[in-house]
Ligand binder design. Structure first.
Ligand code: AHG
Ligand code: MN
Ligand code: MN
Ligand code: MN
Length: 339
């Protein structure tokens, strides 16, 4: 009979990160301090998300961002929380946020080894309906022999392929608050235990199934899809052999990717006639999620190239996204190869 104390003795994220640090001889503790700032930011945002209805934090902020989106109040609150904590920890040299036009060169940085790209609040259109939303982040290693002094230099320093990511992950503010991340070796999921204020390990070594019964895409864009996407979705609905796949689409990338990682299947945000390079941003949505997918045994592609191989040409660059179970991704890639 569960006692309700389960999880108290599990590995906390704080201890997990310290153990990761102790495993490398040349560790300085900088990444541990950075990860701690990230964790605190996620806890601050999750509190704001949970209290949004009570504290009147729903609705629009009355401002727009570089993406051409109307910012929600929680977009701004989340963005400010991450920027403040990541700046104050002194271990971030350059930051890129979905909500800021330019890269940010951190004036309080005492070391210049790390840059971070983040989507402070992903799934903003779902906030007011209390549907799962989240935060996505990717930490890149910098050459600290040359310190960025301007936003342009900072942008240049962080625009690396996803293969250079050091840590990537997401927080999901759902019925529970999850933090799923990878340092490159395996993907591990933690759940916030509010009774002790710590993220505890609940999903060690996530491995995505080789194939899944779910496809996830906004079918409202079907009129604008290319042939490969149209064919893939048709095959999912009317398979020549076997059962049709189910459609599940939440509209928060974090939630759709989390379900895909755990259950298998495919998540897609294709390019289409309306958005010729797709909607999702490479640096702080597609690349970090692709990094997790590959670390969990899955794949992530634009249809033509692995997402982790793309060299960014701007900090808010958008790319087409297909990610998930390896066999399902192979199927869409072969449709692209034959089109
Ligand atoms: P964000 O809220 O950070 O701007 O991201 C929204 C993204 C992503 O979360 C989701 O997969 C996609 O937008 C949904 O787009 P549609 O509403 O066009 O389907
Ligand atoms: Mn997003
Ligand atoms: Mn966002
Ligand atoms: Mn947005």
């Amino acid at each position: 009979m569960p006692t309700g104390l389960e999880g108290i003795d599990s590995l906390t994220l704080s201890r997990f990160v310290l153990q990761m640090q102790q495993m490398s001889a040349e560790a300085t503790g900088d990444l541990t301090i950075l990860m701690n700032a990230l964790q605190i930011s996620c806890k601050v945002v999750e509190t704001c998300v949970r209290r949004a209805g009570i504290a009147k934090l729903y609705g629009l902020a009355g401002s727009g961002n570089v993406q051409g989106e109307d910012q929600k109040k929680l977009d701004i609150i989340a963005n400010d929380a991450f920027k403040e904590n990541l700046e104050d920890c002194g271990r971030v040299s350059v930051m890129v946020s979905e909500e800021d036009d330019e890269a940010i060169v951190c004036s309080k940085a005492t070391t210049h080894k790390y840059a971070i790209a983040f989507d402070p609040l992903d799934g903003s259109s779902n906030i007011d309906a209390n549907v799962s939303i989240g935060t996505i982040f990717a930490i890149y290693r910098l050459d600290d022999s040359s310190v960025s002094k301007t936003p342009a230099e900072g942008a240049k320093a962080i625009m690396q392929t996803g293969r250079n990511i050091v840590v990537a992950g997401y927080a999901m503010y759902g019925s529970a608050t999850n933090l799923v991340l990878s340092f490159g070796e395996g993907v591990h999921g933690f759940t916030l235990d509010p009774s002790i204020g710590e993220f505890v390990l609940t999903h060690p070594g996530i491995q995505i199934p080789k194939t899944g019964k779910i496809y996830s895409v906004n079918e409202g864009n079907a009129a604008n899809w290319d042939k490969a996407t149209t064919k893939y979705v048709e095959n999912s609905k009317y398979p020549e052999v076997g059962k049709a796949k189910s459609l599940r689409y939440i509209g928060s990338m974090v939630a759709d990717v989390h379900r895909t990682l755990l259950y298998g299947g495919i998540f897609m945000y294709p390019a289409d006639a309306k958005s010729p390079t797709g909607k999702l941003r490479l640096l702080y949505e597609a690349a970090p999620m692709a990094y997790l997918m590959e670390a969990a045994g899955g794949k992530a592609t634009t249809g033509e190239i692995d997402i982790l191989d793309i060299v960014p040409d701007s900090i808010h660059q958008r790319v087409p996204v297909y990610m998930g179970s390896s066999e399902d991704i192979d199927a869409i890639v072969s449709l692209y190869q034959s089109q």
